[in-house]
Design a protein around this ligand. Structure first.
Ligand SMILES: [Mg+2]
Length: 178
């Protein structure tokens, strides 16, 4: 049995964010996470003792993800720090992660910087990609360049993953798993 891959962005789908720091979506818990890359950026900006990064996570998301018939893969700038800091808070085991060869670069076709990397990482396997920054041109490019089925699921970064998203992912795996 081969399950499809589920490429998981963190900021937006699992860790929603809004303009105001005081509008935490319902059901989420607030965590303070000592992220290395965050601390380095704060230091670079001249902030001597930055507070750990505030992250909102939903305690049901880990179990809900594990219940899906996918192989979970971190597809986030958090890279291995998602395993270190977020997996324990979400109730997830250590997961494989995409070790991006480059991040935040411009793309000649205006694609998201993750798009080509994810298709390469999937290596011909069916995959779903959950992210708050997917544009229609990314979906079209994947459909044209990836030989297996792919689902792109754009999540509203203010709300994070919702029950309807989990239902869609479950249905898709049902049809596209083998
Ligand atoms: Mg994101």
């Amino acid at each position: 049995m081969t399950r499809p891959l589920l490429m998981l962005d963190v900021d937006g789908p699992l860790a929603p964010y809004v303009g105001s720091p005081y509008r935490r979506p319902e059901g989420y818990l607030t965590h303070r996470v000592p992220v290395r890359s965050w601390r380095e950026r704060q230091h670079a900006a001249g902030i001597r003792n930055p507070r750990p990064l505030r992250v909102w996570l939903h305690p049901d998301h880990g179990p809900a993800l594990l219940a899906l018939r996918y192989e979970l893969v971190w597809a986030t700038t958090w890279k291995d720090e998602a395993n270190e800091h977020l997996a324990p808070l979400l109730g997830l085991p250590e997961l494989p992660y995409v070790d991006w060869p480059s991040m935040h670069h411009d793309d000649p076709d205006g694609l998201h910087w993750k798009t080509r990397h994810l298709v390469a990482h999937a290596a011909g396997r069916p995959f779903a990609w959950v992210d708050d920054e997917i544009e229609p041109r990314d979906t079209a490019w994947i459909a044209a360049h990836h030989p297996a089925p792919a689902l792109t699921l754009t999540v509203d970064h203010r709300c994070g993953l919702r029950p309807a998203d989990f239902a869609l992912l479950a249905d898709w795996a049902e049809v596209n798993g083998s």
